[in-house]
Write a new protein. Structure first.
Length: 263
C-alpha cells in the first residue's frame, strides 16, 4: 500500500469536493429527510404513553442519532464506480502505484467531511429544540463506536461488490437503489426493528441491512441486552467477511474481462 499517495489522494479529492459543497449539502439534506419524517411520525404516535418501551423523547433521541449514523455509513462513492468502469476511467486507476480501491476510499473520506460539516450542526440544533432523552454508559458507547466502524465497512463493501457488477451489466446502479430501499425498510429507518411485524423483524435480524445503520443506534439504548449486542456484532463480522470475499472475487474476475479505450 502506498500510504503517502493515499493521503495525498484524499486531500486532492476533498479539495475538489469543496468546490461543489453547496450541491453536496443539498444531497446530505435529502438523505436526512426519511429519518426525520420517521422521527416525527413515531414521536407523534408515541404520545404520552410510548410505544414498544420507547417514550416520545427516546424516539427523538433514536432518530437524531440514526441521522448521524446514516450519514457516516452511507457509501456515496459506490454510485460512481459503475461510471468509472463503463467510461474507461479505471484505466487511470490501474496505472497508479496504489490499489485501485484507494480512489474509492479517497472519495468516501472526502465526502464524509463535507457531509458531516452540514449534518452535525443541524442534528445539534434539532437536539437543542426537541430535547431528546437518552442515558449512555461508557461501555455502551464503546460498543456502539465499534459497531459503527463495522457498520460503515459493511455498508461500503456491500455496495462496492454490487457496483463491481458493472463489469458485466450497465444496470448495476439498480441494485444499489434496491439496497437503499432495503436499508430504509429493514435497518431501523422506517421504524425501529423491535416495532417491525414478525416476518420483517426476523428478516431484519438475519440480513445485513440492519447492521449497516440501525444496530449501532440500538446498542445505545438500555433495552438491548448484552447477548443481543454480542450476537449483532457477530452478524456484522460475518456479513462484512462475506462482502469482502465477494469484492475480492468480483474484482479479479472483472479485471479479466475489462477492456476500455481512453479514460
Amino acid at each position: 500500500m502506498n500510504l503517502r499517495g493515499g493521503i495525498a489522494l484524499i486531500k486532492g479529492t476533498w479539495a475538489s469536493w469543496m468546490q461543489y459543497r453547496a450541491f453536496f449539502f443539498v444531497l446530505a439534506f435529502g438523505w436526512m429527510v426519511p429519518p426525520l419524517v420517521s422521527m416525527l411520525v413515531w414521536s407523534a404516535a408515541a404520545g404520552a404513553d410510548g410505544i414498544g418501551g420507547l417514550s416520545q423523547a427516546e424516539f427523538t433521541a433514536y432518530y437524531l442519532i440514526l441521522i448521524l449514523v446514516n450519514q457516516i455509513t452511507y457509501a456515496q462513492s459506490n454510485w460512481t464506480m459503475g461510471d468509472v468502469i463503463r467510461e474507461g476511467g479505471l484505466n487511470t486507476w490501474l496505472l497508479r502505484p496504489m490499489p485501485s480501491i484507494f480512489n474509492v476510499l479517497a472519495s468516501e473520506c472526502a465526502g464524509k467531511v463535507v457531509y458531516m460539516a452540514f449534518v452535525t450542526p443541524v442534528a445539534v440544533l434539532l437536539a437543542l429544540v426537541l430535547r431528546p432523552e437518552i442515558t449512555v454508559s461508557p461501555d455502551r458507547l464503546a460498543l456502539a463506536l465499534m459497531s459503527l466502524c463495522l457498520a460503515w465497512a459493511l455498508r461500503f463493501l456491500w455496495g462496492y461488490w454490487l457496483a463491481l457488477l458493472a463489469f458485466w451489466t450497465p444496470r448495476a446502479d439498480a441494485l444499489l437503489a434496491l439496497q437503499d430501499a432495503l436499508v430504509f425498510l429493514l435497518s431501523g429507518v422506517a421504524a425501529p426493528v423491535l416495532l417491525l411485524p414478525g416476518g420483517l423483524q426476523t428478516a431484519a435480524r438475519l440480513l445485513p441491512f440492519r447492521y449497516m445503520v440501525g444496530f449501532p443506534v440500538e446498542i445505545l439504548f438500555q433495552n438491548a441486552g448484552v447477548g443481543e449486542i454480542l450476537s449483532g456484532l457477530l452478524f456484522q463480522v460475518f456479513w462484512l467477511a462475506a462482502a469482502a470475499v465477494l469484492c475480492r472475487v468480483l474484482w479479479k474476475a472483472g479485471l479479466r474481462r475489462y477492456a476500455a479505450v481512453g479514460g
